[in-house]
Design a protein around this ligand. Structure first.
Ligand code: ADP
Ligand code: ZN
Length: 225
């Protein structure tokens, strides 16, 4: 565990492992992982007004409108647990979201430390997504081939039942990848220009990718003792 302040964005198409790595980073640095997709899915399950507003977009693989998403993240980042840092997984996903986050950081006198782009070839992404299952309760991801639970259909962490995400069918996966290419991938050059971008190879096992992320955020960003 580290007490270092850390403000990270995880960037990359659906299925590269942002959620898995985000959780590990959050645990290691004792800061929250803020995953907009998880927040939307929980709101949908609870049928809150935001969940109802997001549902048709999420289920079809399209992005939820910026005003809804930005409002949600602003509120979440104001939480007391997020003042020492955060891992953003799935936000920002559009230029407008990135601009809003910059404004928010400025207003609260905070700074992003790094943007980690996790890179995986796209056939591998489709394979990962279509075999994926999630714990219905704690959202931990599993994979039928590469990361099965110890007991079939049961979450290792909390005992919850594993489900297939409603947007992990092949057609919706293709829409999500197209949305990423069109609206989110331009953020790569945006953050490169800001001097924040670190590209990490997302192939290989979870631990190997995690080590690459740790070394990417360690040296040049801000030296830790
Ligand atoms: P993945 O990265 O695997 O596609 P997420 O769980 O991050 O999955 O997101 C699932 C869905 O939630 C997206 O397809 C989109 O509809 C919605 N969503 C999540 N984050 C955002 C965002 N920042 N802006 C707009 N929509 C979002
Ligand atoms: Zn669970």
């Amino acid at each position: 565990m580290s007490t270092r302040e850390l403000r990270l964005i995880l960037l990359g198409p659906p299925g590269v492992g942002k959620g898995t790595q985000g959780r590990k980073l959050a645990q290691t640095f004792a800061i929250p992982e803020i995953a907009t997709g998880d927040i939307f899915r929980n709101a949908m399950k609870a049928r809150t007004p935001m969940g109802l507003a997001a549902k048709s977009y999420v289920d079809s693989g399209n992005l939820v409108p910026d005003d809804v998403t930005i409002g949600l993240v602003e509120e979440r980042l104001a939480g007391s647990d997020a003042q020492r840092g955060f891992i953003l997984d799935g936000f920002p996903r559009t230029a407008a979201q990135a601009t809003a986050l910059d404004a928010l950081m400025h207003k609260s006198s905070q700074r992003l430390d790094a943007v980690i782009e996790i890179n995986v070839q796209s056939p591998e992404v489709v394979r990962r997504l279509t075999g994926r299952r999630l714990c219905a309760i704690c959202q931990t991801p599993y994979h039928n081939d590469s990361a099965p639970p110890a007991v079939p259909d049961v979450c290792d962490r909390c005992g919850g039942v594993l489900v297939v995400r409603s947007d992990d069918d092949e057609a919706t996966v293709l829409t999500r990848l197209a949305e990423y290419e069109r609206k989110t991938s331009p953020l790569i050059s945006y953050y490169r220009a800001a001097g924040l971008l670190k590209v990490v190879d997302g192939n290989g096992d979870v631990e190997a990718v995690f080590r690459r992320i740790l070394s990417a955020i360690q040296s040049p960003v801000s030296p830790v003792a």
